[in-house]
Design a protein around this ligand. Sequence first.
Ligand code: NAD
Length: 355
Amino acid sequence: MKKNIALLRGDGIGPEIVDSAVEVLKAVADKFGHEFTFTPYLIGGCAIDATGKPLPEETVEGCLASDSVLLGAVGGPKWDTLPGNLRPEKALLGIRSAMGLFTNLRPAKLYPALKEECPLRPDIVEKGFDIMIVRELTGGIYFGERGYREGKYGEEAYDTEAYSRMEIERIVRVAFETARKRRKKLTSIDKANVLETSRLWRKIVHEIAAEYPDVEVADMLVDNAAMQLVRNPAQFDTIVTSNMFGDILSDEASQITGSIGMLPSASLSGGTRGLYEPIHGSAPDIAGQNKANPIATILSAAMMLLYAFDMKAESDAIVEAVDKVLNKGLRTADLCREGTPLTCTEMTKAVIDNL
Ligand code: NAD
């Protein structure tokens, strides 16, 4: 297969980790007989420096014309004092909205080789966990009507949560399809004891459940879910939830894996269009030092192969290579407790050697 991949390297460690993932993708292409073409575009702080804008039109057009997009990370202290609409992070919302990415998939998996990094009790760690959070990304309170007004007690601010049937149906269907490809267990998280949007959400989940009799589905209130994630994360397989609840719970889930440099993510539209990126930021404290852990970006590339190109064997090959490397005790500095850590380039080579 021939595929065009847009590269948004971004700032800080972004260029180092994206280049690592590209090396791995090239090795996969050689091994499986594919042809991947990579085209870089500017985003974030580097785009502000070069063009005055965090998200130049050329970048949006390039991403829309590509088969898929791989993003590093944006931002850094150099641009922290700019006004909100000129901040590097603004480009992330811009590109998600331009590409119509309404689904965010965030796996949170505890690697047996990295058990010591998990902050939970040993008996919980022993059971392990492998969770996929499906978060709605373009609706809800982050996009609802908001403002300031004069209230009964003076100055007042408000934000509104609204969800349409269409928005809920499409994300819930993605979640059922995702669960079907995993352990066939879906937990829908809401606040239906208080919120109308949650009551509509729950009703639609139950309606769509009838189309997926092979998937076991359960509702859970968000406050309980926040507790269950640290009490018994092994109970979860696939989780589906709204934009704000997903934002908070996916960060909680990533923290219990203990290794921020390991976690990939995918943001998808209804078709195969998608943007793949690590969940961590641009790590300015270690940028340019060849110390970054490239695995989150390499695993984001593996998600791209699976979700954008339907290349399951190729994607599995990357995931298995990462497992092998970790099982051999190879670690970058963020995960290294003893011995000499691998540099970013050494870790990349180790993954390629184990493909
Ligand atoms: P961060 O994720 O960049 O870093 C937090 C800590 O984790 C740092 O100590 C960093 O060195 C370490 N770390 C992160 N990724 C690592 C990796 N791959 N290997 C080794 N260590 C790693 O979060 P932050 O410090 O809060 O933010 C730094 C900048 O990144 C800010 O400008 C922020 O706005 C931006 N940011 C961007 C994104 C994105 O582009 N999607 C996401 C979050 C933060």
